[in-house]
Structures are given as structure tokens and as C-alpha cells.
Design a protein around this ligand. Structure first.
Ligand code: AP5
Ligand code: ZN
Length: 213
């Protein structure tokens, strides 16, 4: 299966991905996670991406298309993938189609996470993440066993630099202006499944399992 997750910041893409990945044996490619890893390591890619990310703006299409192009050739992705946070512009969607076409593949489904903007601020400002695994928690909706500590590794949790109410405004703006047209692009192809992503996380998982089985 080749699946795309699309939706605004905090809609639950990163929460649902590890579950779908296990259920359907897919690789999980999250451009945001990959970019944050590059920023942390101060690689040339990270240095180019950092300023836009800190402001809540999209990084350039070339940068993310390059990352995905490389990642899709991994053996672990040959049977199928979940793209989390990509494509986010119509140009990215077109480039992805071209890349897949070369391999004789296509996107099977686009899961569209519908959540009202007003719900997202609380989700974003209450989020805590474990950087090395990508696991995320929420101080109210999904608290860790010990506050500030990852349940599995015992390592400290951090908050993302762009998870402030202020930067969220730019991220939402980028979503509405640049990513909504991506949903229209896939609607034309008839492969979009709408999710009621304001429901509790477990309920959203059931909606996804139903859509993919
Ligand atoms: P990225 O990392 O992709 O951020 P995002 O799209 O803003 O999405 P988030 O990771 O914030 O949200 P999520 O949907 O994963 O939410 P989560 O499941 O964690 O991108 C970051 C930046 O990188 C961009 O701003 C841009 O600069 C750059 N970038 C990345 N990709 C790019 C691209 N393709 N092109 C250009 N630039 C790109 O959930 C959030 C919180 O809510 C958690 O605490 C969770 O526990 C909680 N929660 C989840 N589900 C529920 C639920 N159902 N009920 C209650 N709480 C819930
Ligand atoms: Zn995410």
C-alpha cells in the first residue's frame, strides 16, 4: 500500500503513523522528522531548512523532493509506505507521481485528517516528543507515565521549537494556502478518504483501519 497522510499541524499524522505502519508493514517517511534530524545534526540540508521551519513556513520543494526521492529507493519502502507531511504543495504531488511512475507504482489512498483550526492550538502547545524515536505525548490527551520522561527509553521529552501558539498561526496559514490544493489534486483522482480526526485517537485509528482494509 502507498498511503499519504494530509492534514493541518497537530491533526494526528505522527500519532497514527506508527500504528498503521505496524498493521500493514509499511515504511513511515515523515519529512518533518527527517528535517528536524538534519537540523539537529547541522547537516547542509538542516542548515538550509532551519530558518523556514522556525518561522512555520514550508521549506523549498527541491529540498523535500530530494529527501523523498532518496528515501523511496530504500528496500524497506519497496512494499509500500506512509508519507506523513509530504506532499504539501501541488508541485510536490506532481513530482511524487513522476517518481512513482518510474517505478511502475502509484499512490493508493490519501487519508485526509479533518480537524477544525480551533482544536489544534491545545494539541500543539501540549505536545511533548521523544526526539530519537519520534514518539509523541500530550500533557492532557496522552500523558507519559512520568511527566517529561519517555515511557520506553526513560529519556527526557522535549517540546518542538515551532510548537508555540504564535508559530502555529504561520503553519496553519501555510496549510490552508499551500496544502489545501493538494487535497483537491487527489480528489480529482478519486483516492481521498475523509477522516473525522477530532475524535479520540483510538477512534481515528479504527476509521483508518476500516479505510485501508
Ligand atoms: P511537520 O513535522 O510535518 O509538522 P506538521 O505538519 O505541522 O504536523 P505536526 O507534526 O505538528 O502534527 P501531527 O499531525 O503529526 O500531530 P501529532 O500526531 O504529533 O513539519 C514541520 C515543518 O517542517 C514545517 O512547518 C515545514 O517547515 C517543514 N516541512 C515538513 N514537510 C515539508 C514539506 N513536505 N514541504 C515543505 N516543508 C516541509 O499530534 C499532535 C498532538 O496532539 C500530540 O501531542 C498528540 O498526542 C495529540 N493528539 C493526536 N491525535 C489526537 C486525538 N485524536 N485527540 C487528542 N489529541 C491527539
Ligand atoms: Zn508530525
Amino acid at each position: 500500500k502507498r498511503i499519504i497522510l494530509v492534514g493541518p499541524p497537530g491533526c494526528g499524522k505522527g500519532t497514527q503513523s506508527p500504528i498503521i505502519k505496524e498493521d500493514f508493514c509499511l515504511c513511515h517517511l515523515a519529512t518533518g522528522d527527517m528535517l528536524r534530524a538534519a537540523v539537529a545534526k547541522k547537516t547542509p540540508l538542516g542548515l538550509q531548512a532551519k530558518a523556514a521551519m522556525d518561522k512555520g513556513e514550508l521549506v523549498t520543494d527541491d529540498l523535500v523532493v530530494g529527501i523523498i526521492d532518496e528515501a523511496l529507493t530504500r528496500p524497506s519502502c519497496s512494499k509500500g509506505f506512509i508519507l506523513d507531511g509530504f506532499p504539501r504543495t501541488v508541485v510536490q504531488a506532481e513530482k511524487l507521481d513522476a517518481m512513482l511512475e518510474k517505478q511502475g507504482h502509484k499512490v493508493d489512498k490519501v487519508l485526509n485528517f479533518n480537524v477544525e483550526d480551533s482544536v489544534l492550538e491545545e494539541r500543539i502547545t501540549g505536545r511533548w516528543i521523544h526526539p530519537s524515536s519520534g514518539r509523541s505525548y500530550h500533557s492532557k490527551f496522552a500523558p507519559p507515565k512520568v511527566p517529561g520522561i519517555d515511557d520506553i527509553s526513560g529519556e527526557p521529552l522535549i517540546q518542538r521549537k515551532d510548537d508555540t501558539a504564535e508559530v502555529l498561526k504561520s503553519r496553519l496559514d501555510a496549510f490552508h494556502k499551500q496544502t489545501t490544493p493538494v487535497i483537491a489534486y487527489y480528489l480529482q483522482k478519486g483516492i481521498v478518504v475523509d477522516l473525522q480526526a477530532e475524535k479520540p485517537a483510538k477512534d481515528v485509528t479504527s476509521q483508518i483501519e476500516k479505510a485501508l482494509s
